[in-house]
Design a protein around this ligand. Structure first.
Ligand SMILES: NC(=O)C1=CN([C@@H]2O[C@H](COP(=O)(O)OP(=O)(O)OC[C@H]3O[C@@H](n4cnc5c(N)ncnc54)[C@H](OP(=O)(O)O)[C@@H]3O)[C@@H](O)[C@H]2O)C=CC1
Ligand SMILES: O=C1O[C@H](COP(=O)(O)O)[C@@H](O)[C@H](O)[C@H]1O
Length: 493
């Protein structure tokens, strides 16, 4: 059976359809799934917004944005077919009658499909609206069928552990856990998913994948962009909540988890929760030893002048929000005893580059006369973006009469078809339409991830006197982040 045949009629409701995420990611993803013939035969998208608008006007707005953000070219034939599935619906998040009217609209579509369709609700709005929307949905019986109705919630899920627990409790009054799709778009990226294929689809690496053979692991997610137009959101959030609590911890889980017995969603999610539970909790007095925060000042990126964070529109001139964070984690389990996991992320860094480095241990003894100094320990680099490849660095003989060695690299790059790889949101929306939860986060996963962050978050929040800015736009972050890894004789790769 093709995937399409498994997709029953579906009405998609986007809360916040006029927003940044919807225009840059969601509509382009639905459009690309549509032209790849991955959408259900019967589907409609109800786009919710507060302002007065009509279908034609809203569709034109979506078309303009598709031209900028769609992976595939927008042709008039495809657009004509797609646009008829979009309707604009004026809606107030806090008005009971708005939900009653929305329910009526959903029922009208069911009449057209001649069946009670699946309903997929995408909450593309700030996290503080989620609980109110969920309550109104319950009262208006909008998501009344647990087998057919699903809700997608964006990250960050809450702003700390207590609020995530509260939100989970509130959602559970309207939805069963199997209906809740907590999204982390990094889990939809080709190269992040490939970590599982690479680790568990081969027999040669897994025996080495532990503290006996691996010296340290680094995860870097560096961005060139700054806060852009999202200051209101980012000022309240910062790098720790925006990136580390979700994207970087999820990558860390994929790299370090035990082998799942199967690809069942519960099995994979259980293994990830085990990793999060094993992460050593940092005590308040040790925060500076394990974590570094930063905020960009003026600088140059690719030769172009870049503003300081505190000069960005909507940012307070004495803002304490971190735009960079680096943390050293330890996992207290058998596999990873004493192996440091260094993670870092930042905005306005030297270049956009996300990658994982697996640094293997040095040989205990060198056969070669010059000794270990001639040898570089093996290293595996998994490039997530923008390049998508896997590089294994090892020693080889220099061509010639003497037995001299040199480091070489073996590169796997199956992504020559990179431009044809689906965007993360395409993969995740298709999974949600199909009802597969594997790539989404379960309630205990998010709560545990917040628990990992707790002490650092509280310590940083309590200190209002951060000496910011402490890194130049266009650099690799504050000097202290080098000290974090150098203390143990390591270096950021
Ligand atoms: N943008 C991005 O790149 C990413 C965003 N996210 C997450 O996605 C979600 C949406 O983000 P984004 O699209 O950037 O957000 P936006 O700031 O663009 O807001 C989305 C929509 O929310 C509605 N809205 C805003 N304020 C209010 C209010 N006071 N009352 C009612 N409605 C309001 C607006 O719609 P209207 O005025 O029409 O009602 C707006 O279009 C957030 O949770 C964010 O964390 C996650 C990853 C990346
Ligand atoms: O979730 C977020 O991710 C983006 C980075 O995503 P990428 O796919 O471009 O790597 C980040 O810019 C944003 O601040 C954050 O909310």
């Amino acid at each position: 059976m093709s995937e399409k045949e498994t997709l029953t009629p579906t009405t998609i409701v986007i809360f916040g359809a006029t927003g940044d995420l919807a225009k840059r990611k969601l509509f382009p993803a639905f459009y690309n799934l549509f032209i790849d013939d991955r959408m259900p035969k019967d589907f409609n998208i109800i786009a919710l917004g507060r302002a007065e608008n009509d279908d034609e006007n809203f569709r034109n707005y979506i078309k303009e944005n598709l031209e900028n953000f769609s992976r595939k070219k927008v042709t008039s034939e495809d657009w004509e077919a797609f646009q008829s599935h979009i309707v604009y619906f004026r809606h107030q998040l806090d008005e009971v009658n708005s939900y009653k009217a929305l329910n009526q609209k959903l029922e009208d579509f069911d009449k057209v499909y001649e069946t009670r369709a699946n309903r997929l609700f995408y909450l593309s709005i700030a996290p503080n609206f989620v609980s109110a929307i969920s309550g109104h949905m319950k009262n208006a019986s909008i998501a009344s069928d647990p087998k057919k109705d699903r809700i997608i919630i964006e990250k960050p899920f809450g702003h700390d552990k207590a609020s995530a627990i509260e939100l989970n409790n509130l959602l559970s009054q309207t939805f069963e856990e199997e209906q809740i799709y907590r999204i982390d778009h990094y889990l939809g990226k080709e190269t992040v998913q490939n970590i599982l294929a690479f680790r568990f689809g081969n027999s040669i690496f897994e025996p080495l994948w532990n503290h006996r053979h691996i010296e340290s692991i680094q995860i870097t997610v560096a961005e060139e962009v700054g806060v852009e137009t999202r200051a209101a959101f980012y000022e309240q959030t910062g790098a720790l909540r925006d990136m580390i609590q979700n994207h970087l911890l999820q990558i860390l889980c994929m790299v370090s988890m035990e082998a799942p017995a199967s690809l069942e969603s519960s099995e994979i999610r259980d293994k990830k929760v085990d990793v999060l539970k094993s992460i050593r909790r940092i005590t308040p007095e040790k925060v500076d030893h394990y974590a570094v925060r930063g905020q960009y000042g003026k600088g140059k990126i690719n030769g172009v002048d870049a503003k300081a964070y505190r000069e960005e529109e909507g940012v307070a001139s004495d803002s304490n929000t971190e735009t960079f964070a680096a943390i050293k984690f330890y996992l207290d389990n058998e596999r990873w005893q004493n192996t440091p996991f260094y993670v870092r992320t930042g905005k306005k860094m030297k270049e956009k580059h996300s990658y994982i480095t697996i640094q293997f241990k040095e040989l205990p003894h060198s056969t070669f006369s010059d000794g270990p100094s001639q040898l570089s320990a093996n290293r595996l680099i998994i490039n997530i973006q923008p390049s998508m490849d896997i590089r294994l660095q090892f020693m080889s003989k220099k061509p010639g009469l003497s037995l001299e060695l040199k480091p070489v690299e073996m590169v796997f790059n199956d992504f020559a078809c990179q431009e044809n790889s689906p965007e993360a949101y395409e993969t995740l929306l298709l999974e949600a339409l199909l009802g597969d939860l594997t790539l989404f986060m379960r309630s205990d996963q998010v709560e545990e991830a917040w628990d990992v962050m707790k002490t650092i978050q509280e310590t940083w929040q309590s200190r209002k006197d951060a000496s910011f800015p402490n890194y130049k736009a266009g650099s690799w972050g504050p000097e202290e982040s080098n000290a974090l890894v150098e203390r143990q004789g390591h270096k950021w790769v």
